[in-house]
Ligand binder design. Structure first.
Ligand code: ADP
Ligand code: NI
Length: 219
């Protein structure tokens, strides 16, 4: 099988596996991350095949939707790629990307963390999809999925959270902007990622200004 056939097979596998997924973590999220990964990769010296496979498989089994199990995604990807007879070095790299891409893992200590340029690219593309207009839509969809409040002025955002606190937080969705979304702009890895994040970040700030105006009943 050539690389294009492998990518096509992977697209089919991801589409099938994610049928019925929460609206912010469905095939269309993967497609956006895949596209943005390719866009960012144009300006980076990376292995495009690994970038594409990593982007396509990065949320194949998000631990949030699998009782917190962080091994299931890497495992499913490994089995899938082994069946396609890919080189062990590629399989290992994809597994490492999936294990290390998530925001919550960046809240843990950084010693001995896996790093690669391919991970940097996909992580930026995933983070871009968490901010801007799409980011706002995804956040409220997830909040609704979890039956969270939209906003509650009596509950302050928690800016210092451990990974465990972050994962288990039942906070209103507006708090998620301060706890994660507004922080992503300064955590981008690549030049293109930073550029794209700036406009999306501004849009979220405007959204929040308008939100509070309306909340207070101001003109
Ligand atoms: P990761 O999966 O990278 O660790 P998150 O768990 O923060 O990152 O989830 C990814 C996306 O899911 C977020 O960008 C957001 O759209 C949504 N999400 C996750 N947690 C929350 C939350 N507490 N409130 C609203 N949206 C959330
Ligand atoms: Ni994702």
């Amino acid at each position: 099988m050539n690389n294009t056939e492998i990518i096509n097979k992977t697209v089919q596998f991801v589409k099938t596996t994610l049928q019925g997924a929460e609206g912010g973590h469905d095939w269309f999220h993967i497609e956006r991350v895949w596209k943005n990964s390719k866009l960012i990769a144009k300006n980076e010296n990376v292995n495009l095949f690994i970038v594409e496979l990593g982007a396509l498989l990065h949320d194949i089994a998000d631990s949030k939707f699998h009782n917190g199990d962080e091994n299931i995604g890497p495992k499913i990807s490994r089995t899938f790629l082994e069946n396609l007879n890919l080189d062990e070095s590629i399989i290992q790299h994809i597994e490492n990307i999936i294990k290390n891409i998530s925001y919550k893992n960046s809240l843990e200590s950084n010693i001995d963390k896996f790093k690669s340029k391919e991970l940097d690219v996909i992580q930026d593309a995933d983070r871009l999809d968490a901010i801007g207009a799409i980011g706002i839509a995804r956040a409220f969809n997830y909040g609704g999925f979890k039956n969270r409040e939209i906003h509650n002025p009596t509950i302050e955002p928690k800016l210092q959270q451990s990974k465990e606190e972050y994962k288990n937080s039942p906070a209103p969705t507006i708090n998620h902007f301060y706890e994660k979304l507004l922080r992503l702009k300064d955590q981008m890895n690549t030049k293109t990622g930073i550029q794209l994040a700036i406009e999306r970040h501004k849009y979220m700030e405007q959204f929040l200004d308008q939100f509070y105006k309306e909340w207070e009943g101001k003109k």
